[in-house]
Every structure is written in C-alpha cells, then in structure tokens.
Design a protein around this ligand. Structure first.
Ligand code: HEM
Length: 511
C-alpha cells in the first residue's frame, strides 16, 4: 500500500513537471507566432477525465464544447490535437490528408516481433502503399469478395446454429457478443487461411482466440509509458511485457496454421484462393517493397486482419442488437421488413440486402451512435503544418472524435435518439468517407480498406439472426432498463455483455 501511495506521488510530480515543461514549450512556439489550437490546462484535463469516468471520448467532447472543434491536449509529453466537428474533419481530410496520414505508435504496439508487414501501424510511405495496394486489389476487391460468398454464408449459418443450440428453444439467455465474435473470427480465418479457427473441438483454435483477445485487451489499455517516456523502460503497468507475451503465443499458433497450409498447398489440395495464397505467390509489385514475404511478415499481416476485423464487427453487431432491444418499436419494424421481403421458408441471402433499406439504416444508425473506433486509429503529423491558421508540430498525435461528430446537435436532429429512419431520407449520407458528419470508417488515405467486406457482413449477420429468431429479454428485464453504458478498450464496447433469449420464429421454416 505504501509503495502504491509513493508511486502515485511520483506520478503526480512527474505530471506536474511535464506540464510545466510543455507549457513553456507552448509559450516559446507562441512567441515565434506558431499558435497551436487552444486547449485546457493540464489540471483541467485531468479533472475532466476523472469526471467522465475515464471515458476519453466523452471528456474530450465536453472539453471541445469549451475550447472548440480543434483543440490541443497535453497528455504528459504527448501533444495531441483533437478534432470534434465535421467542418474541421473535412478540412483535415480534404486539405491535409497526406501530412496527417502518419500513425502514432503506442508502446504496446512496439516490440521485437516488429511492425514489418503491419498495414495499420505502418507510417504513410512506400511500404504502407505496397501493403495497402495488395489488400485492396487482392482481398477487398469485389470479384474476390463475390467468389468468397459461400464462406460468409457458412460462417453465418454456423453462428445461427450455435445460437439456437445454446438458446435451447427459448430457455436460455445467450451472450450474443460471444457468437458474433466467433463468427467474425472464423470468417477472417476462412478468408485468410481457409480454416475455422474457433471450433469447439479444437484446443489450438481456442488458445489462438484467447491470446489474440488478450493482445487486443492490452493494446487498448491506457499506458503511462506513452505519456511519460521516462517510464518506457520501466513498463510500470507491464503492458508491453504482457502484450509481447500474448503476441508471441498467438504467432506460435498462427505459425503452425501457416505451416499446415503450406503442406496442403504442396500436396495440391483443392480449394478457393485465399489471402495466404496471395501472400505466398507474391513476387514483388515491380514498384516498391520486397520481392517475397518472410514467414514473419506473413504472420503479422494475417494476425492484424484478425485484430482489425473481429472486435469492430462484433461490437457493431452487439450494439445493434442492444439498441433494437432497447427500442422495441424499431425491432418490430426491422423484423417486419425482413419477414415481408424474405419468405419465412427461405433464409436471408446476400443478394437480398439491397431490398432491405430499413435493415441497412439500422446498421448506419448503430455506427453513428457507437462507432467501434471513436477516435479512428490515431493519426500523426509526419511534418509540421498549418491547419485553419493553427500550427500543428511534427509528430503531434491527431485524434478525430467521430463519436462526438456523430452526436453533434448542430448536424443531427435529436442526436441521442436511435432513429434509423433518418437514414431513409433521400440523399441521406453514407459511410464511404465523403460525408464528414458520418465517418465511422474514417476518410482519406488511411480509411478502412474493408468497407466492401463490412458492408456485406454486418447486414447479413444482423438480418439473419433477426429473421430466424424472435428476441426477448430475460424475465424481469424491461427494455428501458437495459444497461447501455460503454467501455473503451481497443474498441468502444458495451460495458456489460448483452444477454438475450433467441426463440425460433414460428413462421420460420428455413434451415
Ligand atoms: C464495423 C466494421 C469496421 C469498422 C467500423 C472499421 C473502422 C476502421 C477505422 C475507423 C479505421 C481507421 C481509419 C483511420 O485511421 O483514418 C480502420 C482501419 C483499418 N481497418 Fe477497419 N473497420 C471495420 C472492419 C474491418 C475489417 C473486417 C477489417 C479486415 C478484415 C478491417 C481492416 C482494417 C485495416 C487493415 C485498417 C488499417 C488501414 C490503414 O492504416 O491504412 N477493418 N477501420
């Protein structure tokens, strides 16, 4: 206990010392006429974070009401510019996209395993361009996605079956997030290496699932070493050590899958081309980068698709279900549409999605209120620049608060209400990165490359479970009482898992 108090005192002193140094640095910049965006003093920032229960997206949104839609925060030694309005986001992505397309790399993401091969953490430049080109041309392109339709159908059918089994004909509440997670994990496993990784019979799959989940958990924790470089070597919360441990374990298992897949390829096993085939066949693109990928690099590329794709998909689907159960009229409306358009004796297919505007609107409304990455993935200024008359020094972290932008009362009528109808209006916005009031996938060069995949999987998965089951809350839980609080890790999740009972819809006669 005494050590903890001593630790806290040292931390507080370090914070004060740092605040003094950074404020002096800021004054020097101002004397040179380089005015950074306004922002709170360090103690106002700390108070605000405490008052908002350590929910930075909420406290930064409140601070933006006072300091404006472009503001500076000094978090220890890290200078951060936070953007909180669609106008400033437009300015950033339209006029400063390249210079602000760097990535802020946190301590947990650095390590001996290396970032070689990582698209998410690559700085904007030739290496990033090569990786990005490869995945957009070879993986998220329409023709490849069309050819992988059966894989998506298989994973979603399997999820519906798992839910039905665990729900035991309406007797059990199930943790829906768990099933969405398994579906997304297996979907990416199939697209990448043609394997179901989470199979109740496979111990190895369960271990991979566990270690990958731990990596995401630790990478999402606030780490003092990011704010006070002096603590870097001490790794006071053990985050770097634990993340490395779980990354190593995940890579060991992923390495086994890779080796098996290479054997299968040598034995001439027949299957559809997956992303590992693309990586194995890669011989350079004649423009830049290596002429072959090492095993290590392939491991990183495959692993990061899991981290980027599973939590984002899961949290969106879980929030959609939570909002629907919280708003029973909306749930009735979306199920009525599904059951009107899709014959009860058939199941929902991908081709049906365009015929379901209300279902698509539910997905958009969920992403508006609950963007899984409320600050996008942190950007970094690769060079100094001037935006809207403010100086942004090189290496400043840039966070775009899409959570606040999606709830801005200047743009959205009745912004806190869950109303999918708003997305049915003619000329309503979409999430392709051109309507800056709604950018859950980002915009510009670093925008999510997986929109073509996500825009198929999200409505198909949600629509399938809404078509097949009626959903009820456990006895005694009323829709208004449903806990809708958030918890920010690597993604913005529901603080308490959603538990609900699936009952097979009486009119359903499909598989
Ligand atoms: C609900 C679904 C998803 C949402 C809302 C989402 C959102 C995002 C966002 C906000 C970014 C960062 C944009 C920026 O920094 O400006 C991003 C980047 C990325 N996403 Fe997604 N994503 C989703 C699904 C997926 C899936 C399924 C995959 C892969 C299978 C994926 C792969 C990636 C990758 C590789 C990047 C890094 C791109 C880069 O740095 O150049 N995402 N995503």
């Amino acid at each position: 206990m005494e050590y903890e108090i001593l630790g806290l005192v040292i931390l507080l002193l370090a914070w004060v010392a740092w605040a003094m140094v950074t404020e002096r640095r800021q004054r020097r910049l101002e004397e040179k006429g380089q005015l950074m965006p306004p922002g709170p003093r360090w103690w106002q920032l700390v108070t605000s974070i405490f008052q908002s229960g350590f929910a930075p997206h909420v406290s930064f949104a409140k601070l933006a009401n006072k300091y404006g839609p472009i503001m500076t925060l000094w978090l220890g030694s890290m200078s951060t510019v936070v953007i909180s309005s669609n106008d400033v986001a437009r300015e950033m992505f339209k006029n400063h996209d390249i210079v602000l397309a760097g990535r802020k790399i946190y301590e947990a993401m650095k390590g001996d395993i290396g970032n070689e091969g990582s698209l998410i953490t690559s700085q904007y430049g030739p290496h990033w361009r090569m990786l990005r080109r490869l995945c957009t041309i070879e993986f998220f392109v329409t023709s490849r996605l069309d050819s992988m339709k059966d894989v998506r159908t298989k994973c979603i059918d399997q999820m519906v079956k798992f839910m039905e089994d665990e729900g035991k004909s309406g007797k059990n509440s199930i943790d829906v997030g768990k099933f969405f997670f398994i579906m997304s994990f297996n979907l990416i496993g199939n697209l990448m290496i043609s394997k179901d990784l989470v199979d109740p019979k496979s111990d190895r799959g369960a271990k991979f699932f566990y270690h990958a989940g731990k990596v995401m958990e630790f990478a999402g924790k606030p780490n003092l070493a990011d704010f006070f470089p002096i603590l870097r070597y001490l790794d006071p919360q053990g985050i770097r050590r634990k993340t490395r441990y779980h990354i190593k374990k995940s890579f060991d298992i992923a390495g086994l899958y890779l080796r098996e897949r290479m054997e299968d390829t040598r034995n001439g096993e027949e299957r559809k081309k997956d992303y590992l085939d693309v990586l194995l066949q890669y011989r350079g693109d004649g423009v830049e980068g290596p002429s072959r990928f090492s095993i290590q690099t392939m491991n990183v590329i495959l692993f990061e698709m899991f981290t980027a794709g599973t939590d984002t998909t899961t949290s969106t689907l879980e929030w959609a279900m939570a909002e629907l159960l919280h708003n029973p009229n909306t749930l009735r409306e979306v199920q009525a549409e599904l059951r009107r358009v899709i014959n009860p004796s058939s199941k929902l297919e991908e081709e049906d999605i365009d015929k379901l505007p209300y279902l698509n609107a539910v997905i958009k409304e969920t992403l508006r209120l609950h963007p899984p990455l409320p600050f996008l993935v942190p950007h970094m200024a690769m060079d100094s620049c001037t935006m809207l008359g403010f100086h942004i020094p090189k290496e400043t972290q840039v966070l775009v608060n899409v959570w606040a932008i999606g709830r801005d009362p200047k743009t959205w009528k009745d912004p806190l209400a869950f109303k999918p109808e708003r997305f049915l209006e003619p000329n309503m916005v979409d999430y392709k990165g051109h309507h800056f009031e709604f950018i859950p996938f980002g915009s510009g060069r670093r925008m999510c490359p997986a929109i073509p995949l996500a825009s198929r999987v999200l409505p198909l998965a949600l629509g399938s479970v809404l078509h097949k089951f009626d959903w009820v809350l456990a006895a005694g839980v009323k829709p208004v009482d449903l806990d809708m609080s958030e918890r920010l890790g690597i993604t913005l999740k529901k603080a308490t898992p959603l538990k609900t009972i699936p009952i097979v819809y009486k009119g359903y006669q499909g598989q």
